[in-house]
Ligand binder design. Structure first.
Ligand code: FES
Length: 121
């Protein structure tokens, strides 16, 4: 069986028969890669807490994608970015993150990483 290959935050990964086809990209990011900046709540595409950005099949324009709705086995040739790539306390925050924080653009903050990824290009 050929493996499904994709990048996450610039690193190459692949999955094969060790992963169930119903394993979501969200599950894979959080449970396998331990990238827990991508949050979740509704698990049905409604809240946006799980949004990541992906450039699919070498297209130029990245898309905001609800990672709870996508099987990780459907991510062939995707270039995926999560909020950890965009910015953090250690490497510094992206201007989107700074503006959102400085202008009080967040409520409890739980879904704020999803907002950032929806705006990030
Ligand atoms: Fe709510 Fe994915 S968890 S849209």
């Amino acid at each position: 069986m050929e493996r499904i290959k994709f990048k996450v935050n610039g690193k190459q990964y692949s999955v094969g028969c060790e992963v169930d086809s119903d394993t979501t990209l969200l599950d894979y990011l959080r449970e396998t890669l331990k990238l827990c900046g991508t949050k979740y709540m509704c698990l049905e595409g409604g809240c946006g807490a799980c949004i990541i950005t992906a450039t699919k099949n070498n297209e130029d324009i990245p898309q905001a994608i609800n990672s709870c709705l996508v099987s990780v086995t459907s991510c062939q040739d995707w270039d995926i970015k999560t909020v950890e790539f965009v910015g953090n306390r250690l490497k510094g925050y992206h201007p989107l993150q700074k503006v959102l924080a400085e202008c009080h653009g967040s409520q409890c903050g739980y879904c704020t990483p999803g907002w950032i990824m929806a705006m990030y290009r």
